[in-house]
Design a protein around this ligand. Structure first.
Ligand code: BG6
Length: 478
């Protein structure tokens, strides 16, 4: 279903994010017939590219990042007709009238701040000063949304000086992933799971976001962030919220975000001995973290594992183990809901212990597996085995059903439609920082140095100990 005509202005229009994510996402939506005729995409930046120069940037971006879709010459030509460019000074006066002249009346206007947070304030102020904002105006901002509670508050205050909260779309691209949304469908669309979804039946929950890539060329940004700020405060926290939250009364932006906020606010502070930091070593052909970060003494973590507690009626006594790291053995994001053992085994001790596991795979090979216990076939008596009830979304629903729609496609279209459900609210971001800050302050106070781990391994051994001490084990990463 096409959305209403819109103007989308991308500040930082030829930057890395625009080229890798925003422009390819728009092109794919255009090909899918969702971008209506008359919609306009206006790149904006300091460089004096002109419309043709910017169109060349777009062509290159699509060639590099839009896969086979970029071969569709007819679509590409039509898409480019919708692309324009405005040279402007984000923090000055130059070019703003030119931008105004490119925007149409009476339509949705989205301003994508694909720039550093230091420019959020100047951009917001100029959009107002030049009267570019109307009632159907939205601004989109990306992470990192601050580096601690104080900076996040300051950013929120800056944006709030110019826009209503209902106009501000803070992106966490994990919320745009198909399976992440499916989590809500699975939990709240079925009778089967919700009655068991609590500490009475769930022993613990594991959330793993493992990457094989290192920090590569992003060392400068990353070394000031680390895995705690880069991944845990946002992506893993969002997954935790969706797993742990109470059912919202309806699938509506504030109803969902209210419930997520309650989860974050119910989190206990993380105890120092419930957290493990790691930093990857070099491997053959792959430099170590410190080399990539350009600081031989860096104490920034590229891996973090921790045990979190949601202290509320539903989850008291059920720990959440969260881990994320770069340069691990496989790229794999998965949530494992580990159920308790049956209270009594009628098959005797030799049948062993068997517990159900519900695995929700976010990427790759999106799908859901439920490990159930059955009798081993054959005449050998009552021996039990665990078998997976496996549902791959690609197999069940067709190959186009999964990962075909990139998170950015969905999120950008939601901005145009004015649906904030999958975007973070100001109070949510601040609460997540309020939980993260003491962890980082603790490391700094103790002069903590992350544990080295082998590249392409499962991470530092201490993360295994974190589990072992509790009589538990991580599920495999692959
Ligand atoms: C980004 C982080 O937000 O998410 C990166 O800044 C990380 O460090 C990326 O690599 C992971 O995203 P995805 O979609 O590849 O899992």
């Amino acid at each position: 279903i096409p959305v209403d005509p819109f103007d989308l202005v991308i500040f930082g229009g030829s930057g890395d994010l625009a080229r890798r994510k925003i422009l390819p996402a728009l092109f794919r939506r255009f090909r899918a017939g969702q971008m209506p005729r008359g919609a306009r995409i206006v790149g904006a930046g300091r460089r004096d590219l002109g419309r043709d120069g910017y169109r060349a940037v777009v062509v290159e971006a699509l060639r590099d990042h839009a896969g086979e879709a970029a071969q569709d010459k007819a679509a590409l030509g039509e898409f480019l007709d919708a692309v324009d460019y405005a040279t402007l000074d984000a923090a000055g006066t130059r070019g703003w009238d030119g931008l105004a002249a490119r925007l149409g009346p009476d339509r949705v206007r989205a301003f994508y701040f694909s720039v550093g947070p230091d420019l959020f304030g100047p951009l917001a102020e100029r959009i107002r000063r030049h009267d570019l904002a109307g009632p159907e105006t939205r601004v989109v901002v990306e992470k990192p949304f601050g580096r601690d509670l104080a900076t996040a508050r300051a950013l929120n205050a800056t944006l709030a000086a110019y826009f209503e909260e209902g106009q501000i779309y803070r992106i966490d691209h994990y919320l745009g992933k198909e399976t992440v949304q499916n989590l809500m469908a699975v939990r709240f669309g079925n009778m089967l799971f919700e009655p068991l979804w609590n500490s009475q039946y769930v022993d613990h929950i594991q959330i793993t976001v493992a990457e094989t890539v290192g920090v590569g060329g992003r060392g400068e940004y990353y070394d000031h962030a680390g895995a705690m700020r880069d991944m845990m405060q946002n992506h893993l926290m969002q997954l935790l919220c969706l797993i742990a939250m109470e059912p919202p009364a309806k699938f509506d932006p504030d109803a969902v975000r209210d419930e997520k906020l309650k989860v974050i606010r119910a989190l206990d502070p993380v105890l120092p001995h419930h957290i493990v930091r790691g930093q990857y070593d070099a491997a053959t052909g792959a430099p170590g973290y410190r080399e990539e970060a350009g600081d031989p003494r860096s104490t920034t973590e590229s891996y973090v594992a921790l045990r979190a507690h949601v202290s509320n009626w539903r989850w008291a006594g059920t720990p959440f183990y969260l881990r994320t790291g770069k340069r691990l053995v496989a790229r794999s994001s998965v949530i494992n809901v580990m159920f308790k053992d049956a209270p009594h085994s009628i098959f005797g001790a030799e049948a062993g212990r068997h517990a159900n596991v519900l695995s929700i795979r976010l990427q790759p090979n999106e799908g859901i597996t439920l490990k159930v216990t059955i009798k081993e076939p054959g005449p050998g008596g009552m021996r039990l085995v665990d078998v997976p009830l496996d549902m791959s979304f690609a197999e069940a629903l067709g190959p186009d059903s999964h990962e075909a729609t990139d998170a950015y496609e969905r999120l950008i279209m939601d901005v145009i439609r004015g649906n904030q459900t999958l975007f973070m609210r100001d109070d949510e971001v601040e609460a997540a920082w309020a939980w993260t800050d003491p962890v980082i302050a603790g490391w700094q106070g103790r002069g903590d140095v992350p544990k080295p781990y082998e590249s392409f391994s499962t991470g530092p051994g201490d993360a295994e100990l974190l589990m072992k001490r509790d009589g538990r084990r991580w599920q495999g990463i692959k």
